[in-house]
Design a protein around this ligand. Structure first.
Ligand code: GLN
Length: 192
């Protein structure tokens, strides 16, 4: 499979290394033409307002949205999750609005900026080592969104979704590309 990573900002190279390790072809996507040439897309972590601003400038918002609505598998991680979602709990920013979810940016930041944990994810055999960096969580999901993993809010103890799936869309709050574990990438590609 030719798997693209949106290469505007953030850690797209680490994602493409995992993709190549799984035996797929990794492609950097910066233009609508490059998007046409991939079978699946990763929106990496980074800074979601920057990714949104650059995607607007590069004319990628509509083409990416269309491909996802047509069923292209997409994985959004951290800032990528924010970019895929309908809205945030904060001020407006450019978003694709394909994932029926309201996301809270820097949600764990009130307590801790970054942390790592072993996280159980529905559909994966055994926990995944999850690296959270100024991570969002999901505040609300629509009815078509399946929650695959949650983390307890450090303040209230309430479970907050951190891995979700909606049809061809998988989104994670953490950074699966920062470990050598490719299982989340296999999950979004339907490889197992
Ligand atoms: N805090 C960033 C944002 O809100 C996301 C952080 C990340 O991708 N590691 O866009």
């Amino acid at each position: 499979m030719r798997v693209g990573a949106l290469a505007l900002q953030g850690d797209f190279r680490e994602h493409l290394a995992i993709i190549e390790g799984l035996g797929h072809i990794g492609v950097e996507v910066r233009t609508p033409e490059e998007l046409d040439d991939v079978d699946a897309l990763i929106v990496p972590g980074g800074e979601s307002t920057t990714i949104g601003r650059l995607a607007t400038i590069y004319g990628l918002i509509e083409p990416v949205r269309r491909r996802i609505e047509e069923g292209m598998p997409v994985l959004g991680t951290c800032a990528g999750m924010i970019f895929l979602a309908t809205s945030t709990t904060g001020p407006d920013q450019p978003q694709l609005g394909v994932l029926d979810a309201v996301v809270e940016r820097n949600a764990f930041g009130r307590q801790v900026d970054s942390f790592e944990m072993a996280l159980d994810v529905t559909g994966l055999d055994g926990p995944i080592h999850a690296v959270f960096i100024r991570a969002p969580w999901i505040d609300k999901v629509g009815g078509s969104v399946e929650v695959l993993a949650t983390v307890a809010d450090p303040e209230t103890g309430r479970d907050r979704p951190v891995v979700v799936r909606q049809d061809n869309i998988v989104a994670t709050s953490f950074h699966p590309e920062l470990t050598s574990d490719g299982r989340l990438h296999e999950l979004f590609l339907g490889d197992h």
